[in-house]
Ligand binder design. Structure first.
Ligand SMILES: *[C@@H]1O[C@H](CO)[C@@H](O)[C@H](O)[C@H]1NC(C)=O
Ligand SMILES: *[C@@H]1O[C@H](CO)[C@@H](O)[C@H](O)[C@H]1NC(C)=O
Ligand SMILES: *[C@@H]1O[C@H](CO)[C@@H](O)[C@H](O)[C@H]1NC(C)=O
Ligand SMILES: *[C@@H]1O[C@H](CO)[C@@H](O)[C@H](O)[C@H]1NC(C)=O
Ligand SMILES: *[C@@H]1O[C@H](CO)[C@@H](O)[C@H](O)[C@H]1NC(C)=O
Ligand SMILES: [Ca+2]
Length: 552
């Protein structure tokens, strides 16, 4: 079978002849953006497709499943599978219909670095040492004696690659290439931590990168001096990167990595940490949208990238692939129309005092995130679980499915939920603690406790709201307790004199003591948060804005 393409129009002919009508129909639904993305994806890969067909269709993969973990940035619970945005996300809607959706799933923290560290290690920040965000100039990162699921799967024979945002220390041995990933393409931290030549939508809006030493300026957190770098392995291949073709680059890299694993006849782990939905927002570069439409255009762009990841597994017959999509924390409310939706989880007790109740807080909007998992033939399609779950469970669950044991000289907070994923059980965590993530208290301290459908706060505090206000930190002894079954908006705490309150309080205290004691007697790590100018990624220090271009 020989396929040839020369540009978009031929590419679309290729699709019609190769794809089943079912898939073509789904793609039509997903709209022009996906088609274009898909075309550009495959126009670069026809060589590989030729190679693949000529080498025989029936390459047998080992029994162990492939894993693709897709982590969105700052996405809101209400951004997916709600009426508000349903027309915007056809591919993620398809994931929901083909897989299992989790409605009570929580990011391990409500800000980037701690959430990602806990996802990769299955341990709270109090154990793995990462309790707040790393900076552009951080010399440290996720402590080196913490073990990521990528290291464990790699050691067990998996091909491992990461595409996207790391934010766990990029300097020296902290770079993803030393933390279990054989290949890396992505940005070392958030996409607002450096300028680009064509800035995306942000508040305040940012200037392009400086062109000369004299034109550099600083404004409202936007730095025009250090451009956002794109790394491939340990090399900066583009600085500043072009936000507007990042989606396409990531889509191509995903397909190439899947093919690499296939050619090596190894099961694979792909960790795809999207730049979407963090500000600055960007979208398909063929669209021209207003600020008001920027969020949904970006959401659609993210959805098309998820679609091309799914299509790549199908196009290369990698049916034995589990894809798990979730988010790292809730919406960044302070960014107003450029922030996502918390859905019904309004955190009313907090907002009535003037603070924001999403990202950086332990209100539901801060850490309850969308989550769905598919694995054709293994996970019942179109099912939902309301079990209390955490992003840390991904660690224990994929290791269990791969038959890999994590190191036994430390304790884990994630649980193996294969019984929920595969067998329809609905029993998750009895209790789950949420770490302080910037809005109140010491970073990382576990002062918010979920117990069944109850939630207790020993400390409250608001993040900055759209328009500026932020609620003051308040200690609560006895804690505020909400019944989420009756009050998902966390508006009115239970009466401390009630029998219900007293029963819940006893159990909350017990669960919290057990966990804190367990952490106190565990092997825990400490992260180095020292900052140095020398650690800032800069391809050409003598150039304004650290500019350089890749050779290709
Ligand atoms: C990235 O590193 C891997 C592993 O060392 C290597 O196989 C691959 O060729 C590298 N890719 C690039 C573009 O440097
Ligand atoms: C985008 O739309 C605006 C308003 O509709 C228009 O003024 C502008 O020229 C358009 N830009 C491009 C590049 O088409
Ligand atoms: C999925 O489940 C929902 C709710 O149970 C149902 O309304 C819908 O028709 C199902 N969709 C498919 C494609 O089976
Ligand atoms: C901590 O590490 C030491 C040395 O590796 C080990 O002997 C001990 O059992 C570990 N503690 C826990 C709680 O796993
Ligand atoms: C990491 O190393 C430090 C210092 O050697 C040690 O105290 C800690 O227990 C180690 N962490 C783990 C998880 O083993
Ligand atoms: Ca984030």
């Amino acid at each position: 079978m020989t396929l040839r393409t020369s540009g978009v129009s031929n590419c679309c002919v290729l699709e019609e002849s190769v794809l089943t009508s079912d898939l073509a129909f789904q793609m039509a639904e997903a709209g022009v953006c996906v088609l274009l993305l898909f075309c550009s994806l495959f126009s670069g890969l026809v060589y590989y497709i030729n190679f693949f067909f000529e080498n025989g269709d029936k390459i047998k993969m080992k029994e162990r499943p492939n894993f693709i973990i897709i982590l969105a940035d700052d996405i809101g619970w209400g951004d997916l599978w709600t009426n508000e945005f349903d027309n915007t996300t056809p591919w993620l809607n398809m994931l929901k219909v083909e897989g299992k959706r989790f409605t009570d799933f929580h990011s391990p923290a409500s800000t980037c670095s701690p959430s990602r560290a806990a996802l990769l290690t299955g341990r709270h920040g109090l154990r793995n040492g990462v309790t707040h965000n790393f900076a552009k100039g951080s010399i440290g990162g996720l402590p080196l004696n913490e073990t990521t699921f990528a290291q464990l799967l790699h050691d067990a024979g998996y091909y491992t690659a990461m595409i996207g945002k790391w934010h766990l220390g990029h300097s020296g041995p902290y770079h993803p290439i030393h933390r279990g990933f054989e290949y890396y393409l992505g940005i070392p931290y958030s996409n607002d931590m450096g300028c680009t030549d064509k800035p995306g939508f942000d508040l305040p809006s940012c200037f392009p990168c400086a062109q000369s030493k004299h034109s550099s300026r600083k404004d409202g957190g936007c730095d025009t001096k250090i451009a956002l770098p794109l790394f491939e392995n340990q090399s900066i291949v583009e600085q500043p990167l072009d936000l507007w073709d990042l989606t396409e680059k990531y889509a191509k890299a995903v397909a190439t990595q899947i093919l690499t694993a296939r050619n090596r006849r190894q099961p694979f782990l792909l960790y795809v940490a999207l730049a979407h939905m963090h500000v600055p927002l960007f979208h398909n570069r063929f669209l021209n949208v207003t600020a008001k439409e920027a969020y949904s255009a970006s959401l659609r762009d993210m959805d098309s990238l998820v679609g091309s990841i799914k299509l790549a597994t199908e196009a290369f017959s990698m049916k034995n692939t589990l894809i798990w999509f979730t988010g790292d924390n809730g919406p960044w409310e302070q960014k107003c129309e450029f922030a996502g939706s918390v859905g019904p989880f309004l955190g009313k007790w907090q907002t009535s005092k003037g603070g924001g109740s999403a990202k950086r807080t332990t209100w539901e909007g801060g850490h309850r995130v969308p989550s769905v998992v598919i694995w054709p033939g293994h996970i019942s399609p179109n099912t939902t679980s309301n079990a209390l779950l955490s992003g840390m469970d991904i660690f224990s669950t994929i290791l269990s499915l791969a038959g890999v044991d994590p190191p036994s000289d430390r304790h884990y907070d994630g649980i193996d939920i294969t019984h929920i994923v595969l067998h329809g059980s609905d029993t998750g965590h009895k209790s789950l603690m949420h770490p302080n993530s910037g809005a109140a208290g010491q970073f990382g301290d576990l002062q918010t406790v979920r117990l069944g459908h109850y939630k207790a706060f020993y400390i409250t505090g608001g993040a900055e709201a759209c328009g500026g206000g932020s609620g003051k930190q308040e200690l609560h002894d006895p804690p505020l307790i909400f019944n989420l079954n009756k009050d998902e908006a966390e508006g009115s705490p239970l009466d401390p004199a009630s029998e219900e309150y007293q029963l819940v309080l006893k159990e909350v205290e017990r669960e919290r003591e057990v966990l804190l004691w367990d952490i106190a007697t565990d092997n825990v790590s400490t992260a180095d948060y020292t900052v140095s100018q020398s650690a800032v990624p800069c391809c050409q220090p003598q150039n304004p804005a650290c500019r350089c271009h890749s050779p290709h």
